[in-house]
Design a protein around this ligand. Sequence first.
Ligand SMILES: Cc1ncc(C[n+]2csc(CCOP(=O)(O)OP(=O)(O)O)c2C)c(N)n1
Ligand SMILES: [Mg+2]
Length: 705
Amino acid sequence: MRERLPRRGERTAGAGSPSPEEWWLGLPGRIVGSVPEPALDLDRAVAATRRLDAMSVNAIRALVMDAVEAAGSGHPGAPMGLAPAALVLWTRHLKHDPSSPDWPDRDRFVLSAGHASMLLYALLHLSGYDLPMEEIRRFRQWGSRTPGHPERGLTPGVETTTGPLGQGLATAVGMAMAEAILAARYNRDDLVVVDHRTWVIASDGDLMEGISHEAASLAGHLRLAKLIVCYDANGISIDGPTSLAFTEDVPARFRAYGWRVESLEDGEDLKAVDAALERCRASDRPSLLVLRTHIASGAPTKQDTAAAHGAPLGAEEVRGAKERMGWPLEPPFFVPEEVRRYLRQVRTRGARARRSWEARFRRYRAAYPEAAAELRDALAGRLPAGWDADLPGFAPTTAPIATRQASARTLEVLARRLPALVGGSADLTESTGTRIDGAPFAPGRAGRFVHFGVREHAMGAALNGMALHGGLIPYGGTFLVFSDYMRPAIRLAALMEAPTIFVFTHDSIGLGEDGPTHQPVEHLASLRAIPGLVVLRPADANETVGAWRLAVGRRQGPTALVLSRQALPVLPGTAGAPVERGAYVLRGPSTPAVCLVATGSEVAIALEAAELLEAEGTSARVVSMPSAELFEAQPSSYRERVLPRTLRTVAIEAASPLGWERYATAVVGLDRFGASAPGSIVMRELGFHAGTVAARARALLAPRA
Ligand SMILES: Cc1ncc(C[n+]2csc(CCOP(=O)(O)OP(=O)(O)O)c2C)c(N)n1
Ligand SMILES: [Mg+2]
């Protein structure tokens, strides 16, 4: 079985096309015309399977063409070239149970080339996931579960949102890391309960993107043997042939990363793909399987052309392709009952695999009750009782401490109670305070600290992959200014509501001597603009503890912790402060003349300014606002109590003033880059001191001329 399907120019179909009723009789002669009627039962069974595989490939191709035609937009090319390999993967190799898409020990499948979404939807539909034909018919329409690019949380069986090229591959690296970490921690010699693979389909574009270079390098270094990437080397991207811009030796590149690489001259040969995937599964390193395929395989004039990448093929072309396949032209969205029955076996086999894992897990629970309970809770995202019991508190008499240091102390305490907490940094471990004690994660070793290397983008996506995989609470650190290097991953975390914790230190011009290249200015505003991301910029050590408590306790959606390099005083009134409300009154009478609202290191400046004003007889309120997003989520009565609309308000933040117009009539902010000098000097020179703030308040209160 699993023979190569007819290629362009090999006319297997006769003139015209069979009706749905006569179709199954007509097909065998068309697809396997040269195969003589088998004499033995076994041969007959093999021939039948071969025919069913061919029919299934055609069914996928036809569904893809019809859905894109009906939507009037979409990407038919890649799914058509990939249909044979994807079919083999989904029916013979991927361990999955369509009736239980969240079963923890399932293999993860990532379509990194998210534009090929119809391939995934066709596979999900045909193998029995809860994605009815109605949804395929509504491809790319309002309210459907078949959006233009796959979205996690919307469609059962979609493991991660893809579309921004390269992200899927790097997210998959994180999934494979999560598997390896959990396997090393929980498997026992006699009972293996974490044992699954991560499969990726990546395109030319995926491998051109910088993030794939970072991620593949990291995966090779970590020897993630259960990561298998099928590369759709169709040689075409949007502008034309990839030779226009992409001529490196991809196999050599991956070999240099330490991957096992294999290339198939005919990536649409089902039998060859099957055998190659088998070899990938046996590899002790990550695998790249290069599949030479044809974009829009089988389309009479558009095969192997960029025209087939991202637009409907058109009625004529679809007709021609279906005729070649020996497929009925009408009705569209036709799936033969035989194909349905054949692919339903995926469910049967998947359910068997799941049940056998469940039985194994029951034995594990009997033999290792504590480990089993820990793993089960971690996979369910449940936090152990008392996880935040020993969090530190800081008295105002404590010596000033940088919030990055308070964060490191908090992390250390949390790590003791939370085995699921796993993370690292992009080569800034000490500066960002992101170390967890113990040996770092390495091949075959159950470490919980990861050296991501100088690879912020891959780190961001890999953290997302760990969060999506389940069983871990991932965090990763770098400087706030380099959040730009991982912004696409942060955005996707927010879009997917993945509970990733991003630790960003060196949060303002206050970092000093490293200068404007390292001093973030626009980053807070730009992170706050990402819907669903909670940005927390604590004012001192106590708020930092509260910020961590929130980040860990929040099991849906990402959090960015924004922390200072420089030491900050522990402020009176922050112990047990309601960080979860986003903003609160730190000091001042109930009916003040003026309000000063600030975040992070500028809260201390606001307090000093309030004292200056009070000495002059002007009563001032100080509001600390560690998180605008959390504040916005409060009832309006609370918001009005903290920041009454009628109260003249000055905002102070050593960053772009963008956004503060919501809360303040005047802003002490930054609309320029910083400078290289000691941090306290830069702060003062650029206006971040009590004197400027008090002056702005006075100006607000002065009667208008
Ligand atoms: C980061 C990013 N940049 C650009 C795009 C737009 N885009 C979608 S597919 C594609 C490239 C298409 O080439 P390939 O990946 O080989 O896919 P194929 O044409 O073979 O389907 C581009 C540039 C994108 N989705 N993500
Ligand atoms: Mg391509």
